[in-house]
Each structure stands twice: as C-alpha cells, then as structure tokens.
Write a protein that binds this ligand. Structure first.
Ligand SMILES: [Ca+2]
Length: 166
C-alpha cells in the first residue's frame, strides 16, 4: 500500500512538472497571439476539436502602417445565443479592446468578410463554463484593394509629374 501511494505521488509530481513544461515552453496552440505576417490563419484553441470552457484568447493582427487587414471566417461553430453572451468571437477595428466594435459572433452563421480601416484588427475569443463546440477558423491577408489603389494612384501622380515637368 505504501508503495502504491509513493508511486501515485511520483506520477502526480511528474504530471504537474510535465504540464508546467508544456504550458511554459509550448504555449497554448490556437489561443491568440500577435500576427505580423502579410497573411495567416487564426484558430480557436484545440480547433477543429471542441474548445475548452472558460477560455479567453486575444489575437492581434498588425500589418505595416499603410496596409489594411482583410479577414474572412472560413468556419464558425460556437455555442449559440441571441446576444452571444455565452461563447463569442469579437472583432474590433484597431489594436485595442476599446477600439470600435466591428462585430460579435456566435452560433454557426459565417460573418461577412471583414476589412480594417487601419493596419490592425483586435480579436477576442471567449468561452463560458458550459457547452463547447468546434470553435472558429479565419484567414487574413493584406487588403488588396487599398494596396493596389495606392500603387495605381502613386503611378498616376508620378506619370503626371513627369509629363508636367517635360
Ligand atoms: Ca459555452
């Protein structure tokens, strides 16, 4: 009996150390982060399997200053509620919790494509203490229209400048 208890505590200690190691070094894949590449994928924790209860994950997409973020949800499966009070994904137009709200989403209706007005988007995923689903997956990229427009305008101005000068 003594041996069994000893073994049990050893397993407990080892288990806790392993968990600490896992959280400290490997993080929590899918739970938030800062995204600075020109394109990327955001997923809820544990996607495509069910997310855990009582999670909060913050995702910040930050592109170079003169670019916009285009965000498209490809999958959405969250606990449904009329005001999305239980589990939700909220998207804000900027880099902070206090920036203008673009939308708060839950259930399984995919949001329309989202575009930031500046170079960043702030996203929060939150789950409550019961009922979990698969979560969400969203892809972002540089907002091409503004990117191309700016370059076209630049070229036109450049050509005009040359034409006027000669
Ligand atoms: Ca829930």
């Amino acid at each position: 009996m003594f041996r069994v208890l000893e073994l049990y505590s050893a397993v407990q200690v080892f288990g806790s150390l392993y968990l600490m190691f896992f959280i400290f070094f490997l993080g929590d894949p899918g739970c938030g982060g800062t995204f600075t590449d020109s394109e990327g994928i955001l997923i809820s924790p544990n996607w495509p399997n069910n997310y855990a209860h009582n999670r909060q994950c913050i995702y910040l997409i930050r592109l170079p200053p003169d670019e916009q973020v285009a965000l498209n949800f490809t999958n959405l499966e969250l606990e449904n509620h009329s005001d999305c009070s239980f589990d939700y994904v909220e998207v804000r137009d900027g880099r902070m919790e206090t920036d203008p709200l673009i939308g708060k989403y839950c259930g399984s209706t995919l949001p329309a494509p989202i575009r930031s007005s500046s170079n960043s988007l702030w996203i929060r995923f939150k789950s409550d203490s019961s009922v979990s689903r698969a979560g969400f997956r969203a892809a972002y990229s540089v907002g091409e229209v503004l990117y191309i427009t700016k370059r076209v305008v630049f070229c036109v101005v450049w050509i005009l400048t040359i034409t006027i000068e000669t």
